[in-house]
Design a protein. Sequence first.
Length: 118
Amino acid sequence: MNKYKKGSFGYWWTVIKGNEDIEGKNYSGNIDCDNNQLTSLKGCPQKVGGWFSCSNNQITSLKGCPQKVGGWFDCDNNQLTNLEGCPQEVGGGFYCSNNQLTSLEGCPHKVGGGFEWK
């Protein structure tokens, strides 16, 4: 039995993609989970060496997402109202446009590229 619910990153990564569980670990590559009807980022690695994109889903919270991303981070086109739980360090750009943001509270402490939120 899988420990993740359908709609979570962990379910998509382990059941749909057939990969080994990476929750809380370091992952050296890029992760593209766009357009997968995700509602949760539960099951994400702690750190992603490349870029991370979870755009065009139905995510309502960034809790559980990687806390450090070496490249860019893209969470455009979701249902976010705030940025709590987002990565604290992003090596490239941070993109969170086309959400229902009412606050930028919780935004990253360090962004190496652009920051788009409208």
